[in-house]
Design a protein around this ligand. Structure first.
Ligand code: GAL
Length: 428
């Protein structure tokens, strides 16, 4: 009897030891039915990363059929529109990609469309696993409404080291350095800075604004301390105009996806591109370039020491069809293994503080440098990727940009931004 008890106890211990953290034993093997994951990741925009994460889920939960519902379009421009129709029409996907910060809170949480996930944070021990500042971005009135999968950096300048050498141009530390190099590049038939479709122009703008304003005044836009029509904002637009004159904005920008803009840099048609570090995922995972050799990177000019962040997260909408399967999905993507599986392919670093970013087998030279900057730099939030301002502001910011592009007037753009600030309530 004693022996049988001992065998049973040992068996129990063995089983417990092999259970993967983040997945409760009760969920393992028992789940069935569907799980619909909604995102804008496919192909060369995060495709391999989301597929690897889904494969890991399927391995853990073979009884569940995962539907990978993707609406492509960089930065979620198309996906968000489809999501809006589904959410408002009472047909939510089981879980969807949403940026931490205002895109989550200002759109879905205040409208009471998401479940509070505090129970999962407690169950999985996530209060120690994620940075407190990040959890704060997911929190509203005491509830926590999504699980962060990664940290991306917006303010990165990409280039091709071999080409820069041929053209005799150094990596610019400031926008004035860049403007000085602009004619040298143009004389050689090279686009100094490549931009793509509309949202990528907004993406460039936030890096320029950060460099002109500095950290405090950038943050001040969203707290009401920086006057959106004030002199420093007019300086932002003026500098932005000078920089745009060194781009392809009046040529083919509108027809280029962000990947095609990155291709220009890789192929030597353009010298620089400012894009989030999904560009590193694209170049390393899809194009199979070696970081530091096939492509180089630096903080966007004038933003050294500042990490403009965004985070892709997933939540649990109210009334989903497959709640248990979704909770298992969220538990997996918040686990170390889930984050390592996804981020090593995506160009982002894990949101968890305890993931092994020093492991060179998983995290390439770019990701290791991003991880180092993430812990050393001052952190600010991205506008173009939903962190600092609500959806209303973001939509209307496209109009502000339109005003600037058609009028070339820094003053008019600043006035337009002040109006949009007031209408959306996004600026403090
Ligand atoms: C961002 C998103 C990234 C990447 C990028 C390009 O908004 O956070 O994960 O997908 O858009 O589409």
């Amino acid at each position: 009897m004693k022996r049988r008890l001992l065998v049973l106890l040992t068996l129990c211990m063995l089983v417990t030891a092999t259970v993967v953290p983040g997945i409760t034993q009760a969920q393992d093997g028992e789940l069935s039915g569907d799980l619909e994951i909604f995102s804008w990741w496919a192909g060369d925009d995060g495709g391999p990363a989301i597929e690897a994460l889904i494969a890991l889920y399927s391995e853990r939960h073979p009884g569940v059929e995962v539907i990978n519902a993707t609406v492509t379009g960089g930065s979620g421009v198309n996906a968000r529109a489809v999501l809006q129709t589904r959410m408002l029409g009472g047909d939510p996907p089981d879980s969807f990609q949403v940026h931490a910060g205002q895109e989550l809170i200002g759109t879905w949480v205040i409208a009471d469309r998401m479940e509070d996930l505090t129970f999962l944070y407690e169950q999985e021990g996530w209060f120690d696993a994620f940075p407190a500042g990040l959890i704060e971005l997911l929190t509203y009135e005491g509830g926590i409404y999504s699980v962060p999968l990664n940290i991306h950096r917006s303010n990165v300048l990409w280039y091709n080291p071999a080409q820069l050498e041929t053209w005799g141009v150094a990596v610019p530390a400031t926008w004035d350095d860049f403007l000085a190099a602009c004619p040298t590049l143009q004389d050689q038939g090279v686009t100094p800075l490549v931009v793509g479709e509309a949202w990528t122009v907004n993406h460039l703008w936030e890096s320029v604004a950060l460099s002109v304003l500095g950290v405090d005044a950038w943050n001040g836009i969203w707290t009401g301390e920086t006057d959106p029509a004030g002199p420093e904002m007019i300086d932002v637009w003026a500098k932005f105009g000078e920089i745009l004159a060194c781009t392809n904005i009046n040529e083919d920008a509108g027809s280029l996806t962000w990947q095609q803009a990155v291709d220009r840099v890789v192929d030597g048609g353009a010298a620089f591109n400012v894009m989030g570090d999904w560009a590193a995922g694209y170049m390393a995972t899809t194009l199979e370039l070696v970081p530091g050799e096939g492509f180089g990177w630096a903080p966007a000019p004038g933003t050294d020491g500042v990490f403009m962040m965004l985070s892709d997260s997933f939540g649990l909408p109210n009334g989903v069809a497959n709640r248990d399967n979704t909770i298992a999905w969220l538990a997996l993507l918040g686990s170390v293994e889930g984050q390592d599986t996804f981020n090593s392919l995506k160009g982002s670093i894990p949101a968890r503080v305890d993931a092994d970013t020093a492991n060179a087998e998983l995290y390439n030279a770019y990701l290791q440098s991003a991880a180092a900057d993430w812990s050393a730099d001052t952190i600010v939030g991205s506008l173009a990727h939903g962190l600092v301002a609500n959806q209303r502001f973001m939509n209307d910011f496209n109009v502000v940009m339109e005003v600037f592009l058609t009028s070339s007037s820094a003053d008019a753009a600043a006035q337009a931004m002040a109006a949009v600030c007031a209408q959306s309530g996004a600026c403090g």
